[in-house]
Write a protein of this length. Structure first.
Length: 229
C-alpha cells in the first residue's frame, strides 16, 4: 500500500488525529500527508496537514493543494471565495507524484466521503478511484455511528472502492454502553475490520508522547500493534 485515502463519516470526528497516528506509527517509513482542500483558515494559519506533521514527526512531508477561508464544503468555499476548486485529477496527480518520493502517502479528505470538491459533484471518492487506493474510514464512537459508517461503506462499495477498515477517531476514556457495543458492531456495519481506536484528547498530547503511543491505538495494517477486530 503506497497511497491510503482517509475519510470520515462526518466532520469533527478525528480524521486529522487518526491520520497523524498512522503517520507516527509508520515512523520507519517516509510519509507524505496530502490535504486536497483546507477550509476555514486564513493564509498562514497551520492547517490539518501541518498538524499531522507536528504530531507525527520530521519524517512527514505536509502538502496542501488549496485553501479557502470560510469553514464550508470545499465546492461552496471555493465558489464564495472566487477561487478555482480542487479537481479529483489534481489530487490523484499530486498523490502519485508524492508516492514516487515517499513510502506512504496519506490523503486526508474534508468532512465525509461525498462532500463536493467542485460544482460538478466531484468528491474524494473520485480521487480514490483515480488512484486505485484503499480508503480508511474514521468513525465516531457513540450512538448513530453504525448508520453513518454503513452508509459510507455502502457508498465505497457502490463505486468499486476498497474499505480497508474503520478507526474510531475519538474514543472516550469512560465509554458509555453504545460506544462499548459499537466496538464489536462497527466491523459488521462497515463490512471491514476495526483497525483502531484513538483516545479522545490524543491530539492534545505532547508530540513525543503521541508518537510513542500511536502504535498502541492502531492495528498492524496501519503500522501499529493493536489486534484488529
Amino acid at each position: 500500500m503506497t497511497v491510503l485515502v482517509v475519510t470520515g463519516t462526518g466532520t469533527e470526528i478525528g480524521k486529522t488525529v487518526v491520520t497523524a497516528a498512522v503517520a507516527a506509527a509508520c515512523r520507519d517509513r517516509s510519509v507524505a500527508v496530502l490535504k486536497p482542500a483546507q477550509t476555514g483558515l486564513a493564509p498562514g494559519e497551520p492547517g490539518d496537514a501541518a498538524e499531522v506533521a507536528r504530531l507525527a514527526g520530521g519524517h512527514v512531508t505536509a502538502v496542501e493543494l488549496a485553501r479557502f477561508p470560510e469553514p464550508l464544503a470545499p465546492a461552496t468555499a471555493a465558489r464564495r471565495a472566487g477561487l478555482p476548486p480542487v479537481r479529483p485529477y489534481e489530487v490523484a496527480e499530486a498523490a502519485e507524484k508524492l508516492a514516487t518520493e515517499h513510502d506512504l502517502v496519506l490523503v486526508e479528505g474534508a468532512g465525509g466521503l461525498l462532500v463536493r470538491f467542485d460544482d460538478d459533484g466531484a468528491t474524494l471518492a473520485d480521487a480514490a478511484r483515480l488512484l486505485g487506493a484503499p480508503v480508511l474510514v474514521v468513525a465516531a464512537a457513540g450512538l448513530g455511528t453504525l448508520n453513518t459508517t454503513a452508509l459510507t461503506s455502502e457508498a465505497l462499495r457502490a463505486r468499486g472502492l476498497e474499505c480497508l477498515g474503520v478507526v474510531v477517531g475519538s474514543m472516550p476514556a469512560e465509554p458509555d454502553l453504545a460506544a462499548r457495543c459499537n466496538l464489536a458492531d462497527l466491523p459488521v456495519a462497515a463490512g471491514a475490520p476495526l483497525l483502531g481506536a484513538v483516545p479522545a484528547g490524543a491530539g492534545a498530547l505532547a508530540p513525543a508522547d503521541f508518537r510513542v503511543l500511536a502504535g498502541s491505538w492502531l492495528a498492524a495494517e496501519l503500522g501499529g500493534n493493536r489486534p484488529a477486530d
